[in-house]
Design a protein around this ligand. Structure first.
Ligand SMILES: [Zn+2]
Length: 110
């Protein structure tokens, strides 16, 4: 399997794992029946849920990026920065096969 397909697989697995982890936290919270908002346990669970939701969003973004990169490879634009049109460095593509922008644009949040 190539690096891009692996990145996509990894990201998809991460989404599934994180969703399972979040489901566990939610189930545990329901079991604990902590309806007191001043309960420190309740605050921890809320924090964990937020953290997991953020990680799931990140993983979902990785899935979308890998899918976009695979589509770009199919239409021959893979490795070309979407923001400035220059070639993305080989090192960056090696470290992050699903990168759609060059390092300069990524640093500027493009
Ligand atoms: Zn660029």
């Amino acid at each position: 399997m190539d690096a891009l397909s692996e990145a996509l697989d990894d990201a998809r697995r991460r989404v599934v794992d994180l969703q399972a982890a979040r489901a566990e936290v939610v189930a545990a919270a329901e079991g604990a029946n902590s309806d007191d908002e001043h309960d420190p346990e309740g605050a921890t669970i809320a924090y964990e849920r937020e953290q997991l939701a953020a990680l799931i969003a990140q993983a979902a973004e990785s899935v979308a990026a890998a899918e976009a990169a695979i589509a770009a490879r199919a239409d021959g634009t893979y490795g070309i920065c979407r923001a400035c049109g220059r070639q993305i460095g080989a090192e960056r593509l090696e470290a992050r096969p699903s990168a759609l922008t060059c390092i300069d644009c990524a640093r500027q949040g493009r």
